[in-house]
Ligand binder design. Structure first.
Ligand code: PHE
Length: 359
């Protein structure tokens, strides 16, 4: 056998292997179980002791050399692969950093602060309730029993309940009116609260979004009447819209939880997408209202023979659009920073009545 020739053949094959797979083939053909070097090793057993010693030593030298060449080549191929990867994955750390996007106060948040300041001045405090509400608070306690048609009109989102579970599902509250019940149950009468927050209905077009904002108002005492409701709403609108002339239109209406009930529209104009309040010939419905139904007082543990009062539910997004001349409701919820920079408010300008609401 010509060991020198064999050695030369495999060293050349190792050097010429283009990738790790080819290199593995070379390794198997030389040192693998059926490889040529292994085959030669197997012949040693048939030699006499002296010849075996010499041939074995020579064979081991060649075997070690091929093994070393294989390892060196393998490391070289891995290095080359890494370099290839680094070439495509490099990062220019000298590029200038991007500034973090900067937001502003959303008009809806601004309006909530503004109306809270106005109603606080009239003696109302802020009450809250959960957005995932039981159907008792959202409907039953408000004099809307299970088969009442008003339940369908609310386009309710229902939470999941297992089919075997006999309890009615919770709902995403369809209005802020359940907070009336919660507030009266906790605080009793007399009471004056507003409850601003998110509400949900399955509805989507230019003037409706599946989530929107309402503020509930509730005033209960011994002698509160519709006249107090009218004065409160007019006073609120004058302060909120920061104009002397605000025109409201009260229309007889129906809600299961108030008797009598009225819907209120406000006069405005829309000139080329510019909304203006107190002028023009358009009316926008901004709230529902009425005298709290005796059954609602009773459901909240307030004696209707002793107490009475008004409630209203106003669309916050609507009055924000009117005050700040924002023509499309959907833009409120698109999270477009350019829109927010245009219509938003500086974080430190907290609205208050002496300082002015919307500096
Ligand atoms: N909850 C009613 C609605 O969402 C509004 C309302 C509130 C009406 C309070 C009367 C009294 O349409």
């Amino acid at each position: 056998m010509d060991l020198t020739e064999l050695r030369g053949k495999f060293i050349a094959a190792v050097a010429g292997a283009p990738d790790e797979a080819a290199l593995e083939e070379v390794r198997l053909s030389a040192l693998g179980k059926k490889g040529e070097i292994s085959a030669l090793m197997a012949t040693l057993g048939k030699m006499d002791p002296d010849a075996r010693k010499a041939a074995g030593a020579a064979l081991n030298v060649v075997k070690d050399e091929i093994d070393a060449a294989l390892r060196a080549k393998k490391a070289g191929l891995a290095d080359a692969a890494l370099n290839e990867r680094l070439k495509s994955e490099w990062l220019d750390v000298t590029l200038p950093g991007r500034p973090r996007p900067r937001g502003t106060i959303h008009p809806v948040s601004q309006v909530m602060e503004e109306l809270t300041a106005i109603f606080a001045d009239m003696g109302f405090s802020v009450a809250e309730g959960p957005q995932v509400e039981s159907d008792w608070y959202n409907f039953d306690a408000l004099n809307i029993p299970p088969e009442h048609p008003a339940r369908q009109e609310h386009d309710t989102f229902f939470m999941h309940r297992d089919a075997e579970d006999p309890r009615p599902p919770h709902v995403l509250r369809t209005h802020t009116s359940p907070v009336q019940i919660r507030a009266m149950t906790e605080q009793g009468a007399p009471i004056r609260v507003i409850a601003p927050g998110r509400v949900y209905r399955m509805d989507m077009d230019q003037t409706h979004t599946p989530m929107f904002h309402q503020v509930e108002g509730l005033a209960i005492d011994r002698d509160i009447s519709m006249a107090n409701l009218k004065w409160t709403l007019e006073e609120f609108c004058r302060a909120f819209f920061e104009v002397d002339k605000v025109e409201l239109r009260f229309r007889a209406s129906h809600f299961p939880f108030t008797e009598p009930s009225a819907e209120v529209d406000i006069r405005y104009s829309n000139v080329g997408g510019q909304l203006r309040i107190g002028e023009g010939d358009k009316w926008m419905e901004i709230l529902g209202s009425g005298m709290v139904h005796p059954k609602v007082l009773a459901a909240a543990g307030v004696d209707p023979n002793e107490w009475q009062g008004f409630a209203f539910g106003m669309g916050i997004d609507r009055i924000a659009m009117l005050k700040y001349g924002i023509p499309d409701l959907r833009a409120f919820f698109e999270g477009d920073l350019r829109w927010l920079r245009h219509y938003g408010f500086a974080a430190l300008d907290m609205p208050d009545l002496p300082g002015g609401l919307s500096r």
